[in-house]
Ligand binder design. Structure first.
Ligand code: AMP
Length: 281
């Protein structure tokens, strides 16, 4: 695997790929990689000739400087893991490579950036939109791989691609989970040992909601029943538990058969913020 740190090397790679008719798959990450990330690399490897993974902890998408400072970073270990799945290139840009200009850019996603995550992390999706647009321009891939784990992010990226006319195909990949059901996340490593036992309750609340939804229960009751156990543990602080239309991300008021929906949760477990979702399509 080759490590790339600047745009010139990426340009050369793209020129070679065009000449040899090779397709490029791109997996953007913030590093501290786990099996969930590696499953995206494997999917890209299976569908493209060249796979590039970026590792960049983007400062502009953190609305909380404490969260940014303690975000786990271990590029050397990331490189080791990427080699185990045969990733071809890792792009590890510096801040000055990503943000050579001093002015800040705004991309508005309207209502999509103000609900759920957007409500609790103001400015987050603007930061995501700008960095992903920059990465798309730098990497010039044919396909980009994102995890359903960050469901709202996938909707934002779809909008970004349409709005800015990027010539790239978005591929959304399933969420990889631990045996307990806990969605794999770089932040899991930060959980206190005493909190780890509670962490699977996040997924349990989603599966309970799915079960009740499929039985035709009304939305208010589903939310009350699905969150009751979690709320009884005082280490949890629930930010939202919502059942939304998958396309618009609007909360639904009534149980809608035949409409694709997502059940979404965000909560703090101790100091650590966890998100997860289940899609019913
Ligand atoms: P991150 O490094 O957290 O920004 O994640 C990079 C990419 O990996 C995003 O598209 C995430 O949605 C995806 N991802 C994170 N966790 C998982 C998981 N457990 N399963 C599948 N994809 C994931």
């Amino acid at each position: 695997m080759i490590r790339i740190e600047n745009r010139q090397e990426l340009n050369n790679l793209k020129k070679e790929a065009i000449i040899s008719g090779k397709k490029i798959g791109f997996v953007p990450t913030m590093g501290s990689l786990h099996k969930g990330h590696l499953s995206l690399i494997e999917r890209s490897k299976a569908e493209n000739d060249i796979t590039i993974c970026s590792v960049y902890v983007n400062p502009t998408q953190f609305n909380d400087s404490k969260d940014f400072n303690r975000y786990p970073r271990d590029v050397e270990n990331d490189i080791k893991l990427l080699k185990t799945v045969g990733c071809d290139y890792v792009f590890t840009p510096s801040d000055s490579e990503m943000y050579p200009e001093k002015m800040s850019l705004n991309i508005s996603f309207g209502h999509l950036e103000t609900v759920m995550e957007g409500k609790f992390r103001p400015g987050h999706f603007n930061g995501v939109g700008v960095v992903v647009a920059k990465l798309f321009n730098l990497v010039k891939a044919d396909r980009a791989y994102f995890g359903q784990k960050d469901l709202q992010q996938t909707v934002i990226i779809k909008k970004l691609i349409e709005t800015l006319s990027f010539d790239i195909q978005l591929v959304i990949c399933d969420t990889l989970r631990e045996e307990s059901g806990l969605a794999m996340s770089s932040r899991n490593a930060l959980l206190a040992d005493t909190d780890r036992v509670f962490a699977p309750m996040v997924f349990q609340s989603l599966t309970k909601a799915k079960e009740l939804y499929l039985k035709g229960e009304n939305i208010k009751t589903i939310i009350e029943k699905s969150t009751a156990e979690l709320l009884a543990v005082n280490r949890f602080k629930l930010e939202y538990f919502e059942i939304v239309d998958l396309n618009t991300l609007n909360s639904i008021e009534n149980n809608l058969n035949n409409t694709p929906i997502a059940i979404c949760i965000a909560c703090f477990l101790g100091e650590i913020r966890l998100i997860d979702n289940l899609v019913l399509s």
